[in-house]
Ligand binder design. Structure first.
Ligand code: HEC
Length: 167
């Protein structure tokens, strides 16, 4: 018990950068961005489809060897992106305006990390407040319970999370 408390103190909520976690997330973020940009070059509706297929597939592809990763939000588009239990308090923290990335000890052998995702210019095509009828229609069809529109540039949108063996 005492060892566990010390561990928790050592690893909870540090504001330091977490190299392991950011290295694990990097290819996921890069490939997601590439897929999205390639889709957008064809058409925004195509990109919706690309994102619908690629985002979950990529998260799954990089979730191997005891590593799990994904994206979540307080305003979900895809209900399958619901936050794992340990991520819920971090969502609340980011929602409150404290956007400091968080590292937590999940158990003696596992760490978790989460960092905020902000709305940049390309995001507005599918998460903004003025969607084209084509994008709106593609979203309605794929996500009948979409909560992820109406965002402004620079707003907090959600987070990337990853959990991994800590040695
Ligand atoms: C072409 C349309 C499109 C664009 C552009 C787009 N998204 Fe999305 N976004 C989607 C779709 C579709 C999903 C659901 C895919 C999934 O299952 O993860 C999604 C899901 C998400 C999620 C996961 C949480 C949830 O609501 O399901 C986050 C976070 C997110 N987008 C952030 C962004 C950010 C930040 C940008 C800009 C860099 C962006 N998106 C650009 C279509 C788009």
């Amino acid at each position: 018990m005492r060892a566990l408390s010390i561990l928790l103190v050592l690893f909870s909520s540090t504001a330091f950068s977490n190299d392991t976690a950011t290295t694990l997330l990097k290819p996921f973020k890069q490939e997601l961005k590439q897929a999205l940009m390639a889709g957008l070059q064809q058409s925004p509706e195509t990109a919706v489809e690309v994102c619908q297929q690629q985002a979950p597939a990529l998260a799954q592809r990089f979730s191997v060897d005891g590593v799990e990763m994904g994206r979540t939000s307080d305003k979900l588009r895809n209900p399958a992106n619901t936050a794992p239990d340990w991520v819920v308090p971090i969502l609340t923290q980011f929602q409150s305006g404290d956007l400091t990335p968080v590292t937590v000890a999940l158990d003696a052998n596992t760490e978790g990390y989460a960092e905020p995702i902000m709305v940049g210019p390309p995001c507005l095509t599918c998460h903004g407040s003025q969607l084209t009828p084509q994008v709106q229609q593609a979203l309605n069809e794929a996500y009948p319970d979409d909560h992820a529109t109406g965002y402004e540039l620079g707003q907090w949108r959600g987070l990337f999370w990853v959990s991994y063996p800590n040695q």
